[in-house]
Every structure is written in structure tokens, then in C-alpha cells.
Design a protein around this ligand. Structure first.
Ligand code: DO4
Ligand code: MG
Length: 303
């Protein structure tokens, strides 16, 4: 497995590196190979075919012995994104959680889980997606909010699957439950999408059999813990990307979250300062901190 990492050093210079596995202490800084390599996009421009890129990266890892150790807080969003999209109700558990929270729209969730066409919705413009160790937003007009840990596909500017990362599709259950037409407000708000920490290169890792774990800490205590396997997904990443691309030309780096199957119990809602830790085997741990959106942080008017 090959992992690509993006970070900024103390002088705020952008770097990209590669490791064999999700290990922050074994990363080859690709600036050693070519000073122009400062992002995943630059490495992809050098070799856009993922199979050929894997061979090139393996060669560099063998020939260049230098390794760096990164601090998690230096990591950035792993690729400069144009857009972030998300798929929904791709696992039975997500369907069941929506059946429970919705007020009168149960049939839509049942139907979309079974239907040939998946649910796909816009999540965020790429520059508004946050990376590791950043804050994720809590809406001020919601009292039932959760993180959704999701395997996330990274699609390259030609529309091909480049790799996979960890995503957090922050969601408001009460707003979505009140009326499915409120979905955009339940899903799109300040810092509602987070991805990272690494991108595992397609073809070097199997997305269909990976463990996803989520742990939420509050004031030093674990308040939620859950684990599942991507094998339970009803659809494949390839199929979701095919639907995303239908009559929507991909024009830049794109993230597609593939749906959740870890849903905390109904009595659980995130609180300010909760630490959300999401692990996917082979990719690493995405950590974010819940923060209430408001004038002091997000430059929004008072409610
Ligand atoms: O139908 C609403 C959203 C579903 C979703 O985000 C998920 O299943 O992960
Ligand atoms: Mg989701």
C-alpha cells in the first residue's frame, strides 16, 4: 500500500510525501526527488496513470533512504479540491437510522436504499473542506448533530479514481428528519466536511474490505465508539463515481464520500470541543474538534 501525505512546514512551505502504509514517521518528502513536487497534483501531473505512478513511487522509496516524521497538526487537506460530494443510504444502518429520525418520509429512504440510482448530493466547494486537526462545525439551529465517518474516494481531474481517504460528513439529524427537502441545510454548513490524513493510492489497497472505526472523546472520556467494515456497503466506489460523472464533467480534484454505517444512538449529539477520531485501516486517523459556529469564529451574523 502507498500513502500520499500533504503538509506545511514551519516556514509554511507546502510538501507532499509518500510512505508504505499509514506511518507518520516513515515519510519520504518528495521535494528530495524534485523540488517542484509540492502537492499530490504536482506528482499526478508527472505521472497521471496510478499503476505507473505506484511503480515510480516504489522506486523512489527504494532508492532514496531519507525519511521525515510529521506532526499530525502539520497535515493539510491531502489534495487541493475543486468539489466535495457525498453519497447517502449506502449501508442498511444508515437507512435504518434515517427511518428512525424522519417524520413521515420513511418510504424515500427505503426506496433509495434499494434503487439502482444512488443518492448523491453536493457537500462542499473544495476550498471549504477542512483537513486533519481542524475544527468541524456545529450548527446553532440544531440540537441533534453527529459526525458520519465515511470512506472517501479521491477522483482526479480526468474523472479516474486516484485513491481513497477518510471523510467526516457532519450532519444534523433533526433538520434532515423534519423534512428531507432540508437535506442541504442538514449537510452543508461551515466546516461540515473534513478529509484526511493520507490518500492511499488506488490499486495498492482494497476499499471493499476495510475496517472503519470512530471514537468520540468528551472532556477526556470516550462518549461513543463504533466499528464496521466497508464490506457491508451496498454499492461500490466505482459505481458511485460513475453516477457522479453522469452529465457532470469532472473539472478538478473531487472527493466523494461514500456513506456512513456508524450512527451513534439516538440520544447522542455532539457537543462543543468533542474530539472526533475516525480510523480506516491503511489510511490513518482523521481527528477533528467540534466547534459551535458563531460570530466569533465563522464571521456569521448573530441569530
Ligand atoms: O439521506 C441522507 C444522507 C445520508 C448520508 O449522508 C449517509 O448515508 O451517509
Ligand atoms: Mg453521510
Amino acid at each position: 500500500m502507498l500513502n500520499l501525505w500533504s503538509w506545511r512546514d514551519v516556514e509554511d512551505t507546502a510538501h507532499v510525501g509518500v510512505s508504505e502504509g499509514p506511518y507518520l514517521d516513515r515519510i519520504l518528502d518528495l521535494k528530495i526527488v524534485d523540488p517542484g513536487f509540492d502537492s499530490v497534483a504536482a506528482v499526478w501531473a508527472y505521472e497521471p496513470n496510478t499503476r505507473a505512478l505506484a511503480e515510480v513511487l516504489e522506486t523512489w522509496l527504494t532508492e532514496v533512504p531519507d525519511r521525515v516524521t510529521l506532526k499530525p497538526e502539520s497535515l493539510t487537506v491531502p489534495v487541493p479540491l475543486l468539489e466535495c460530494w457525498a453519497a447517502g443510504v449506502t449501508y442498511q444502518m444508515s437507512r435504518d437510522a434515517r427511518l428512525e429520525e424522519t417524520q413521515g418520509a420513511e418510504q424515500f429512504y427505503r426506496l433509495v436504499y434499494e434503487a439502482e440510482r444512488p443518492e448523491i448530493f453536493f457537500k462542499a466547494p473544495g476550498p471549504r473542506v477542512v483537513g486533519p486537526e481542524d475544527s468541524v462545525g456545529l450548527r446553532r439551529d440544531s440540537h441533534w448533530q453527529i459526525p458520519e465517518p465515511e470512506l472517501t474516494v479521491i477522483v482526479d481531474p480526468r474523472g479516474e479514481i486516484f485513491g481513497f481517504t477518510v471523510g467526516n460528513d457532519m450532519s444534523s439529524r433533526d433538520i434532515e428528519g423534519e423534512n428531507p427537502l432540508y437535506l442541504p441545510q442538514a449537510k452543508i454548513f461551515h466546516h461540515s466536511a473534513a478529509i484526511g490524513p493520507s490518500i492511499v493510492l488506488a490499486g495498492t489497497w482494497d476499499p471493499s474490505v476495510q475496517e472503519i472505526t470512530m471514537v468520540i472523546h468528551r472532556a477526556g472520556q470516550i462518549v461513543f465508539k463504533g466499528a464496521v467494515n466497508t464490506a457491508l456497503m451496498r454499492r461500490t466506489s466505482e459505481l458511485l463515481v460513475q453516477y457522479l460523472r453522469r452529465d457532470w464533467p469532472i473539472e478538478g480534484w473531487t472527493a466523494l464520500m461514500t456513506g456512513t454505517t456508524i450512527v451513534p444512538p439516538p440520544e447522542f449529539s455532539l457537543e462543543e470541543n468533542d474530539a472526533i477520531m475516525i480510523d480506516i485501516t491503511g489510511i490513518g486517523r482523521l481527528v477533528n474538534y467540534a466547534r459551535r459556529i458563531g460570530p466569533s469564529w465563522a464571521n456569521v451574523p448573530n441569530l
